[in-house]
Design a protein around this ligand. Structure first.
Ligand code: MRU
Length: 349
């Protein structure tokens, strides 16, 4: 099983996703600052995975706190939570995980004044978030499998697989794995996903490792393969889903959704309930991360654009709800109108 992030007694083990597919190297992060930095640098990436990493980073930071009173511990805890919340802005799973850790701290504090006991409870909470993510992705896979016909070819964008989650199934790739495990024949077309190349480096790598047939294309080939009738369905992950179903995902997802509509191809979003943000009415309120221009002007260390050129590098875009056929969650499949269906799923969760 691919394990992007794991709790260990003396730190947090992370697969360095920046080096894939050339090298499978695991790092041991020994402080919460190192974990925050790993999230920022995209050693670990993908909405559920950065939520899990943040929760583990908070638990690690708290474990290392030298505070002897609950008040001292809480001061350190809040500082660590703040640090984690400033790593990446778009994926709501990160903030969801921080809030879960906050609630666990408050509960622990109300039940004990033993500092060591509080630390142990927060470690247990971070590990529970990880375990629950694995189960949620299996459920997404079961619900999603029903939407995928036998013999389908699924086009996906970015990486919403084991690497982007707690491991194992993933979300969008969980749907593919769910279909395969239900006995269906299924193949994948992976967009390379400029500029960070999650499709080429990560999706292609993890599917090939798993024996699922995968064909890599560049992003600008998606329309052509759809027109040729090579795509049965599009399945992508999500970083944040607003109350009305508008969905932020990796930059380029919106373009794929427009193309899918033009070609009458179903466009599915697969994500756990923790990706749904009912506090914002629409995608207009989703903060979009902008990343370093060097991701666009360079391929690894090779410069591919003139020195000093102006660059715009938004890491995500928002797909309007009317382009989304259905949203596959771990609690069931939401269909339009999403304002009602998503609320029902979240409240029933
Ligand atoms: O910038 P990244 O690699 O963190 O972006 C990841 C994505 O956009 C994924 O599609 C999304 O987080 C869903 S992961 C299950």
């Amino acid at each position: 099983m691919i394990k992007p992030v794991e709790w260990a007694a003396d730190g947090i083990i992370m697969l360095d996703q920046r080096l894939l597919p050339a090298e499978e190297r695991y790092l041991k992060l020994r402080s919460y600052e190192e974990v925050a930095d790993a999230i920022r640098q995209m050693v670990v990436r993908g909405a559920p995975a950065i939520g899990i990493a943040a929760a583990m980073g908070i638990a690690l930071g708290l474990k290392q706190s030298i505070g002897t009173s609950v008040a001292d511990l809480e001061e350190d805890f809040e500082y660590i939570c703040e640090t984690m919340s400033r790593t990446r802005p778009t994926a709501v799973n990160l903030f969801w995980a921080i809030e879960r850790m906050r609630a666990a701290f408050q509960k622990a504090k109300s039940e004990t004044s033993d500092v060591e006991e509080i630390k142990q409870r927060l470690i247990a909470e971070a590990r529970a978030i990880h375990e629950e993510d694995l189960a949620a992705n299996r459920a997404i896979g079961r619900f999603g499998a029903e939407l995928i016909p036998d013999g389908a070819t699924v086009l996906t964008h970015c990486n919403a697989g084991a690497l982007a989650t707690g491991g194992d199934y993933g979300t969008a790739l969980g749907v593919v794995r769910g279909a395969r495990d239900a006995g269906k024949r299924v193949a994948v077309i992976a967009d390379e996903t400029r500029p960070f190349l999650q499709g080429a480096r990560l999706t292609a790598w993890e599917l090939a490792k798993d024996g699922i047939p995968v064909t890599l294309i560049t992003d600008n080939m998606a329309g052509h393969v759809m027109k040729q009738g090579k795509v049965s369905a599009v399945v992508v992950g999500a970083d944040r889903i607003a109350a009305n179903g508008d969905t932020a995902n990796k930059i380029g997802t919106y373009m794929v959704a427009v193309l899918a509509k033009e070609h009458n191809i179903p466009f599915y979003v697969a994500a756990p309930i923790s990706t749904i943000d009912l506090s914002i009415p629409s995608g207009d309120q989703i903060p979009i991360e902008e990343r370093d221009p060097s991701e666009v002007t360079q391929l690894r260390d090779q410069r591919i654009a003139p020195e000093g050129i102006d660059v715009y590098n938004p890491a995500f875009d928002v797909t309007p709800n009317e382009l989304i056929t259905a949203i596959i969650t771990d609690k069931g499949v939401a269909r339009p109108p999403y304002t009602q269906s998503l609320r029902a799923l979240v409240q029933g969760a």
